[in-house]
Design a protein around this ligand. Structure first.
Ligand code: UDP
Ligand code: MG
Length: 324
């Protein structure tokens, strides 16, 4: 069997060496399988590319692609999946937070017939500042979005060729992989693991970035938020109607008195706020349509292990363009 290990790297010059060593050790436990390591340099500004170049000349199992700029982890994973040649593909973070010693176990489960082997981390060692929002996010997404997401199940997983082909056939520009993995289905099994501390460098995920990612997840799968807005509008109309009836009845019974400035102002401000929010939700979807309709490539390649050509690689090009 051929196993491809896809590693997205953004400014990971200090992690690549130890990661390569750990993967090589783990691969030694798989003597029957041919292992390739495919690094995707996501426009790093440090020595990542130079490290990859020298690694690729030393180890024939190492291949790499380098982007023209930072396109984000989703794009890097997509590029890795497109270029991978294996019968099974493992997505692995460069920072050693995804322990490579699980590889033989994952491969064994795949050989038992599972198409997705998902390493699920426990959050025991994590700071509350990250654990609690994460729990909230998974509650919200499982309630409002049509796909089921499991807390702790991230990108660290083994995918069979069938799953990868299914993922590559999804052409959307906004890619929310956690959702896509679950959407494609196939037989899935989870494998618990302990999350390790980052070995070197810092996480690129600030709280703001994570919040935006969560919002992306919520709106990228369906239009349920729009449905929610319809309900909110309906509720508000009902409340306003009730209030209007009360005002009319009160005027008929007690006679008309003029004061009501405070009520009026709160109603106007409240209405304005709700309308802006609703417009924001609609705008979010229109923005998505706009982005999808441009059909820009997900990433641009500046260099690979074999050539230094600059070439756009839109989705679906895997079959039409030779992999460089
Ligand atoms: N990464 C990437 N592009 C980015 C940000 C991150 O390819 O724009 C890679 C990064 O090098 C690492 C993985 O994605 O291999 C996970 O990133 P990070 O450790 O920052 O995320 P966390 O583990 O905190 O979720
Ligand atoms: Mg990390």
């Amino acid at each position: 069997m051929r196993l491809s290990i896809v590693v997205p790297c953004y400014n990971e010059e200090r992690s690549i060496g130890p990661l390569h060593a750990a993967v090589t050790t783990a691969a030694a436990a798989l003597p029957d399988d041919e292992v390739e390591i495919l690094f995707v340099d996501d426009g790093s500004t440090d020595g990542t590319l130079a490290t990859l170049r020298s690694l690729a000349t030393r180890d024939p199992a190492v291949r790499f692609i380098s982007f023209s700029r930072n396109f984000g982890k989703e794009a890097a994973m997509l590029a890795g999946l497109q270029r991978s040649r294996g019968d099974a593909i493992v997505l692995l973070d460069a920072d050693l937070q995804h322990p490579p010693h699980l590889l033989p176990q994952m491969v064994a489960l795949h050989k038992q017939g599972y198409d997705q082997v998902v390493a699920v981390r426990d959050r025991s060692g994590e700071p509350a500042l990250r654990r609690i929002p994460a729990r909230f996010f998974y509650r919200a997404i499982n309630r409002w979005v049509d796909v089921r997401l499991q807390d702790g199940a991230g990108d660290f997983r083994l995918l069979s060729r069938d799953v990868v082909d299914a993922l590559l056939a999804l052409p959307e520009y906004h890619r929310f992989s956690k959702g896509l993995f679950s959407w494609v289905g196939f037989s899935t099994i989870s494998l618990p693991f302990r999350h390790e501390e980052r070995q070197a460098g810092t996480s690129t995920w600030s709280f703001g970035k994570l919040f935006n990612y969560a919002l992306d997840g919520l709106v990228s799968f369906n239009h349920k938020p729009l449905r929610l807005v319809v309900y909110a509008g309906l509720l508000q109309t009902l409340i306003a109607l009730g209030y209007a009836v009360w005002v009319v009845v009160k005027a008929a019974v007690d006679g008309v008195d003029m004061p009501g400035y405070a009520t009026l102002i709160s109603a106007v401000i409240g209405m304005g706020g709700i309308q802006l929010m609703v417009l924001g939700v609609i705008g979010e979807y229109i923005g998505r349509i706009y982005h999808e309709s441009k059909r820009r490539p997900h990433f641009l390649v500046r260099e690979t292990d074999s050539t230094g050509h600059c070439r756009a690689a839109p989705i679906g090009s895997r079959t039409s363009a030779p992999s460089m």
